[in-house]
Design a protein around this ligand. Structure first.
Ligand code: GLU
Length: 288
């Protein structure tokens, strides 16, 4: 990994669904490290598409925690909630090419209708059985006209027919060595591309934003490695140039599972309140 280039752009993209914890700090610090090696500051993106879980006080806390850690971000902060019309247009464009279809099934209904050992996507959810893919054009139109809530799913077979691949993408090792890998998007099945409550999903927004922000290197946790397979396909379908990816190791809690607010992981705010310093955090995470 050498040299500086005006084209190098990284981003750190937390979701304001809780306070940042050590796992976020690690990801931000790996971004900082790669940015220093490659040249340039990482950008900050707030992934606040969830209208219920995203809260303004948590967005303010993210900025505060990152400033406390001393990580510098370049450019303006992109907030996904300010770009919903862009995502909606992308869904419309995919729809006009027959690549997505409206899905009226709730998540609970999909889980309930799955057998005891259904095939699962890489996130562990049952693969969507394609129920709504089989609806006629008229049935779809009449349900939408009746105001039935619906999301939009990728028709994976159509997608792979229009963009057969192989879907190659660039990966960086920890030492910066670049390799080429082939994505396997089919394992996601008919993935949900736009949710019922917002005209987008994590997968769609991230792909559109990485392109809109001209991100050259995505540095994020290994838990998102499988998502990259789907992102690479969406980039091909939307004719977006793909970044290179580095998926870093995850910081695990004492029980060996990923840190999460829902599992009571200590937040950076908690650590700070009990006198832990940014230098302590950097040392503890191997950046001291
Ligand atoms: N918003 C995601 C998270 O907080 C990260 C998304 C990404 O880096 O692609 O886990």
């Amino acid at each position: 990994m050498t040299g500086t280039s005006a084209a190098v752009r990284l981003r750190f993209a937390p979701s304001p669904n809780g306070r940042l914890h050590l796992g976020h700090a690690y990801s931000a610090l790996v971004n900082e490290l790669f940015a220093a090696r490659l040249g340039g500051d990482p950008a900050l993106r707030i992934e606040d598409i969830d209208p219920v879980r995203s809260r303004p006080d948590l967005i303010a806390a993210i900025a505060e925690d990152l400033a406390w850690l001393g990580i510098e971000f370049g450019g303006s902060v992109r907030r996904q909630s300010e770009h919903l019309s862009t995502y909606r247009r992308a869904v419309d464009a995919l729809s006009s090419r027959g690549l997505v279809y409206p899905c009226f099934c709730s998540r609970a209904a999909v889980i309930a209708s799955a057998g005891p050992e259904p095939p699962r996507d890489p996130d562990g959810a049952p693969l969507y059985p394609g129920t709504c893919r089989l609806l006629s054009h008229e049935e779809r139109a009449s349900r939408i006209a009746a105001g039935r809530p619906h999301g939009w799913r990728l028709d994976m077979a159509q997608a792979l027919a229009q963009a057969p691949g192989p879907h190659r993408f660039r990966c960086l090792d920890a030492d910066g060595t670049e390799t080429s890998r082939v994505a396997d998007p089919a394992r996601w099945g008919d993935a949900l591309i736009a949710r019922r409550d917002v005209p987008t999903s994590y997968h769609l927004s991230v792909v559109i934003d990485d392109a809109a922000q001209a991100i050259s290197h995505v540095v994020r946790g290994a838990d998102l490695m499988a998502s990259t397979d789907l992102h690479v396909l969406l980039q091909a379908l939307l004719s977006l140039e793909g970044p290179a990816y580095h998926h870093h190791a995850l910081i695990l809690g004492p029980d060996g599972t990923k840190l999460a607010k829902s599992r009571g992981s200590e937040s950076l705010g908690d650590l700070r309140a009990r006198g832990v310093t940014p230098a302590d955090i950097r040392r503890r995470l191997g950046f001291g």
